[in-house]
Write a protein that binds this ligand. Structure first.
Ligand code: G3H
Ligand code: ZN
Length: 286
C-alpha cells in the first residue's frame, strides 16, 4: 500500500475516532507499529522526533528506512516529523517525502510562534505537506513534569486562522514522558477547544493517560493521539526479561525481536482503545 497522508488518515477518522501516532527511534519500532496496526486493521502514523534525529545524527537514514517500512504496510500508514524546532529539518523532511510535520514553536511567545509557524506552513503547503503546530506548551520533555499548562480556546482559534495550520497540539493536562498512566485530563477544556478550533486536535504526552481516559478524550474531540514513552516501556521491559533470563545471550535479534513483538501487541491493543477503525472510509479505500 502506498504511503498515505497524515491529513487523509486524520480526516477519515473524523470526530469521535482516534488516530494512533507512535514514535520511532529504532527500525524495530517502525516494524512493531506497522505489525500492530496491521493486526488491528487500522491506519497509523509513524513519527520521528527531532530528538530521535539528533540521536541518529541526521534525518535521512532513519527517515528513508521508516518511509520504506510505511510504504510496505498493508494498512494506510503515514510518516510524520515530530516536535521539529528547526525549519531546516522541516524542509529536509519535506524533500524526503514525509507526509506531515509538526513544527513546535510552543516555547516562543504567541506572536513569535505565529510568525515562525506561518512561515513553515507556507513552505509545507506549497509541497502538499500537512502541518501540526503546538500552542500552550505540553512540558515534560526535559524530565520536568509540567501538567499545569492549558491552551486557551479563543487564542487557539485565532492561532489556527493566523497560521493556516492543519492540526493543533493543545495542552489539556498531559505532560511528556510520564512513566505512570495517571494524568488528569481536562475534558471540559477538550470539548471547548473542539468547539472553538476548526482543525483536528492532537494530544501529546499520551503515555501518561489511562486507557479509559484516552477513549474519553477521543470522544470529547481529540483525534491524533501521540504515544511514545509507554511503548518504549513495553519494549524495554520485554528486552530486560529476555536478557535477564540468559546472560550468555549476545544475538541482538533475540532480545530486540522480543521487544518488537511486545510493542506490536501493545500497539494493536492501544489502537482498539483509540477506536481507530475507519468509519465510512475503509482501509482498502485509502
Ligand atoms: O510527540 C510525542 C508524544 O507527545 C509522546 O509523548 O512520550 O509522553 O507518550 P509521550
Ligand atoms: Zn509530544
Amino acid at each position: 500500500m502506498p504511503l498515505t497522508g497524515t491529513g487523509e488518515i486524520v480526516t477519515a477518522a473524523g470526530t469521535g475516532r482516534g488516530v494512533g501516532a507512535f514514535n520511532v527511534i529504532q527500525l524495530e519500532h517502525a516494524q512493531a507499529i506497522v505489525a500492530g496496526a496491521e493486526a488491528a486493521g487500522s491506519p497509523v502514523v509513524l513519527q520521528i522526533s527531532e530528538n530521535a534525529v539528533r540521536y541518529h545524527g541526521g534525518l535521512a537514514p532513519v527517515g528513508r528506512a521508516v518511509l520504506a517500512v510505511a510504504a510496505a504496510a498493508a494498512v494506510p500508514t503515514a510518516v510524520h516529523l515530530d516536535h521539529a524546532t528547526s525549519a531546516e529539518l522541516v524542509r529536509e523532511a519535506v524533500e524526503l517525502g514525509f507526509s506531515s510535520v509538526m513544527f513546535d514553536a510552543s516555547v516562543l511567545d504567541y506572536a513569535d510562534n505565529v510568525r515562525a509557524t506561518a512561515e513553515v506552513v507556507a513552505h509545507c503547503h506549497a509541497a502538499g505537506v500537512w502541518v501540526e503546530a503546538e500552542l500552550g506548551e505540553v512540558g515534560g520533555k526535559d524530565g520536568v513534569h509540567a501538567p499545569g499548562a492549558r491552551t486557551d480556546p479563543a487564542e487557539a482559534a485565532a492561532f489556527v486562522t493566523a497560521t493556516g495550520v492543519d492540526a493543533l497540539a493543545v495542552a489539556v493536562g498531559t505532560s511528556h514522558a510520564m512513566l505512570t498512566r495517571d494524568a488528569a485530563l481536562d475534558f471540559e477544556l477538550i470539548s471547548a477547544l473542539r468547539e472553538a478550533v476548526p482543525v483536528p486536535l492532537v494530544l501529546h504526552g499520551s503515555s501518561g493517560v489511562a486507557d479509559d481516559h484516552l477513549a474519553t478524550a477521543v470522544r470529547h474531540g481529540m483525534t491524533k493521539i501521540n504515544i511514545a514513552t509507554h511503548l518504549n516501556q513495553v519494549f524495554t521491559t520485554a528486552v530486560r526479561e529476555v536478557l535477564a533470563a540468559d546472560e550468555r545471550l549476545v544475538d541482538t535479534r533475540r532480545y530486540l525481536g522480543a521487544g518488537r513483538s511486545a510493542m506490536a501487541e501493545e500497539v494493536t491493543r492501544l489502537l482498539g482503545v483509540l477506536n481507530t477503525a475507519p468509519r465510512g472510509l475503509s482501509v482498502s479505500s485509502l
